[in-house]
Unconditional design. Structure first.
Ligand SMILES: Nc1ncnc2c1ncn2[C@@H]1O[C@H](COP(=O)(O)OP(=O)(O)O)[C@@H](O)[C@H]1O
Ligand SMILES: [Mg+2]
Length: 387
């Protein structure tokens, strides 16, 4: 019997469109003999829509017509089964779903929001859990956990908008303990949105103000000037992780911009992350490769990631020092292009990620999550528990 896989994508994130590209790519690569794939589009205003026409990226050129094309649905449980119900009278079940495959990027989605929603529903899903997802999204929390786990990260400072409004000079003085040039990032965005480089105090203020338009939590870190950007993908769960090839990615600007990441293909954005300028395998020394693999595995364990993720590194070509830059819990294009030379075709990669999601659900269900006794049976209102 075929499994019904619901692929959720879109969402209220600056990476909404990138998620559509990643999801449509994945939908069209899932094994049709094993799975019925059900596309579920999450609009920017958090409504769910279903349509078989969502299997084509052209149908998303205009987002409001994409919504009109679909049926507005609710994702809920009925008689213990996960179902899509038409969100208007007569509220008919239109699809049964066995497993959810979230392919969403960024804040409000990939950051544990969707994982939490799916945990609430009590269904198997193919993504890391809430904790890994949240830490994966917050570039500051991520650095704290990684540093504690013995993974090298750039020197950094962070602050909140409230600190900045209260005492701008104090915040600037703290940040300027680090040497220029500095890179300023909204803590929980992605795709280089709101990121800028500053070479002096004036630019620093301007870039902070730009970053504050996207997030109230700001990260400032030292710039790796002589930079080589290297990425690796990790597949598995805490019982065993596999490592992909390493890629080197190139950008035209000082930092790899949104343009570089998604718009560099001849046909615009339709190829997603798979269209960035890259070299696979990267041209690096064996010892750098080994160090990167060790750091990737340490990070994977520390966060307890599961499924397929991409971990991005920065190599300082002068000092030969390697830094972990960030984790992508649901990577663009699911990083499928990094697995090809490992003889893992996209179809197989998707199969493996689906199986990891099912196994995670089964293992979780074996653990106790409540006690048989109910303390509320003897609860005596505001007087507390009767002895
Ligand atoms: N410390 C740094 N030094 C030099 N370049 C950096 C640094 N941090 C980020 N960058 C550049 O900015 C890009 C985006 O930063 P990143 O932290 O990966 O954010 P995003 O989540 O938006 O991808 C990186 O791909 C890299 O090109
Ligand atoms: Mg990045």
């Amino acid at each position: 019997m075929k499994l019904n896989i619901g692929v959720i994508f879109g969402g209220n994130s600056t990476e909404h469109e990138i998620s559509i590209i990643s999801a449509v790519q994945a939908i069209n690569n899932m094994d049709k003999d094993k799975y019925n794939v059900i596309p579920i589009y999450l609009s920017k205003d958090s409504k769910l829509y279903y349509s078989e026409d969502y299997k084509k990226v052209e149908n998303f050129k205009n987002l409001s017509s994409a919504m009109k094309m679909g049926t507005e649905v609710l994702l809920t449980k009925k008689n213990g089964e996960l179902v899509l119900i038409k969100d208007s009278f007569p509220f008919k079940v239109i699809k049964n779903i066995d497993v959810i495959f979230p392919i969403l990027h960024g804040y409000n989605t990939e950051d544990g929001t969707i994982a939490g929603y799916l945990e609430m529903l009590g269904v198997p899903y193919c993504e890391s859990d809430i904790y890994a997802s949240a830490i994966g999204q917050d570039k500051i929390l991520q650095k704290m956990v990684l540093k504690e786990s013995g993974v090298r990260v750039c020197e950094y400072r962070y602050f909140y908008e409230s600190d900045y409004l209260k005492d701008q000079e104090k915040v600037l003085a703290n940040v300027m303990e680090l040497p220029f040039p500095l890179i300023i990032k909204p803590a929980r965005q992605g795709s280089s949105v709101g990121i800028g480089v500053a070479h002096n105090k004036e630019e620093l203020i301007a870039k902070i103000e730009e970053a504050l338009e996207y997030d109230e939590k700001i990260l400032v870190e030292e710039v790796v000037v002589d930079l080589k950007e290297l990425n690796i993908s990790v597949l598995g769960d805490n019982s065993s992780y596999e490592l992909s090839d390493i890629e080197e990615v190139y950008g035209k600007d000082e930092i790899l911009s949104y343009q570089d990441k998604y718009m560099s293909g001849a046909k615009g954005a339709s190829k997603g992350m798979a269209s960035t300028g890259r070299k696979i395998p990267a041209d690096i020394d064996k010892n750098i490769q080994k160090e990167m693999e060790d750091m990737a595995l340490k990070a994977a364990k520390a966060l307890n990631i599961s499924g397929v993720v991409r971990i991005d590194f920065m190599l300082d070509k002068k000092s030969n020092k390697l830094y972990l830059n960030e984790l992508n819990i649901i990577p663009g294009s699911l990083a499928f292009y990094l697995w090809k030379s490992k003889n893992v075709e996209y179809k197989e990669l998707l199969d493996r990620v689906i199986n990891i999601g099912i196994k995670k659900f089964q293992n979780k269900n074996k653990k106790l999550s409540s006690f048989e006794t109910n303390v509320l049976e003897s609860f005596n209102g505001t007087k507390g528990v009767k002895k």
